[in-house]
Design a protein around this ligand. Structure first.
Ligand code: SF4
Length: 378
């Protein structure tokens, strides 16, 4: 089997995970797709070769199609084989980057070494200049984490669940504090204490994590409190929320799939924490700790701004960011515009590209609510 075939089959097996299907059995002949996924880099979607070095794994995470003991094919790349293949995909402009993880075989340390060997071949021998996201294995050693950070643009460890007790339901042999969180902490310690220029880099990679949602009974409150902590303490760039999908022949096969809308609500709330100055305890939650349906920022505004609207001409950036429809770019536009002239009319807001209907119930223009103006003109 050549590297393209391996990659397509691995991609297909991992894709089936998302679709709630089974790991492919030997003899499965369904036509595979190109092994290309998309990741967000800056403001762009970048095509990447997203795969595992091996789908053989000695761990038994209850949600995973590659868990130990589950029937199905296992595919393994040798480091040089993968590096050559990834470099060719990049040279032919099929992908702009690589997202490389691995099942754990022979322990986390040996697995991390194989990932590092592969990444080193890719960067040094093949002179690969594209985007590289490297997974850190649970409990990787500090020197391994440092080496990964000299090679990658992004490193990540999936925490999987917001705390030890939830994790135990998903992955009974992963240790939340000692293996997963500690590995993220070590990566951040390196970013804080080591000069990247000593390793020939202008800056250290970004760090991300992922939670599986909907399989462990975790509350949105737990996920958001952890997200806030990870943003503050470890300066994570992103927390991903992956809705659970049941995989046949796993311990969680009979659980229902989690609705994708829950992930949408969590992402909206996460961005409020990361980019809008909200804290987790300000976000509106139901009595049982879940985000209600609807936009969390609009729900917050109905509770807090409907009675005390924001004067657009004098509000701070932080106050502007609390208005529904106003993000960092629109806040900057409003602040620049009001330096030129006072904002007193909804037409001025419209000409600046503002979502007037959405923001009007929560603002004042020169001391007056624009809601009345809107009623007059519609
Ligand atoms: S360690 Fe990773 S590959 Fe192995 S069973 Fe768990 S989630 Fe799957």
């Amino acid at each position: 089997m050549d590297a393209m075939e391996k990659s397509l089959l691995l991609f297909k097996d991992a894709d089936l995970e998302k679709d709630g299907g089974a790991i492919a059995e030997k003899g499965d002949t369904a036509p595979p797709k190109l092994p290309v996924s998309y990741v967000t880099a800056g403001n762009r979607k970048v095509p990447v070769l997203k795969t595992l070095l091996t789908s053989a794994c000695e761990r038994d995470c209850a949600y995973c199609p590659f868990r130990a003991g589950r029937d199905g094919r296992r595919i393994t790349f040798k480091p040089e084989e993968f590096a050559t293949f990834a470099d060719e995909m990049h040279r032919h402009r099929i992908v702009e980057g690589v997202f490389l993880s691995s099942g754990i075989a022979g322990g986390s340390i040996a697995t991390q070494d194989r990932l590092l060997t592969t990444a080193t071949l890719l960067r040094k021998k093949h002179e690969f200049k594209g985007y590289l996201h490297l997974k850190l294995m649970p409990g990787a050693e500090k020197d391994q984490i440092l080496q990964a950070m000299t090679l990658a643009d992004r490193v990540s460890v999936n925490l999987e669940a917001p705390g030890e007790s939830y994790l135990h339901r998903l992955a009974p042999h992963k240790q939340f504090w000692d293996e997963l969180l500690r590995t993220l902490q070590t990566a951040e310690e390196i970013r804080r204490n080591v000069d990247p220029r000593d390793y020939g880099r202008s800056r250290w990679p970004s760090i991300t994590t992922q939670f599986v949602i909907g399989a462990a009974g975790e509350k949105d409150r737990d996920l958001l409190l952890w997200s806030e902590k990870l943003l503050k303490d470890l300066r994570l760039s992103r927390v991903y929320f992956s809705p659970f999908r049941p995989i046949p022949k796993t311990p969680l096969a009979d659980l229902p799939a989690e609705a994708p809308e829950r992930a949408v609500r969590l992402y909206r709330a996460f961005f409020l924490l990361r980019d809008y100055g909200f804290s987790a305890d300000e976000l509106p939650l139901t009595p049982n700790g879940q985000l209600p349906s609807g936009d969390p920022k609009e729900l917050w505004a109905k509770l807090h701004l409907a009675e005390s609207p924001v004067e657009v001409n004098t509000a701070s950036r932080e106050e502007l960011l609390r208005i529904p429809g106003i993000g960092p770019k629109r806040a900057a536009i409003l602040m620049a515009a009001r330096r030129q002239s006072r904002l007193s009319d909804v037409q001025q807001l419209r000409s600046l590209g503002m979502p007037v209907d959405k923001m009007s119930p929560y603002i004042l223009l020169d001391g007056k609510s624009p809601v009345r103006q809107l009623r007059l003109f519609t």
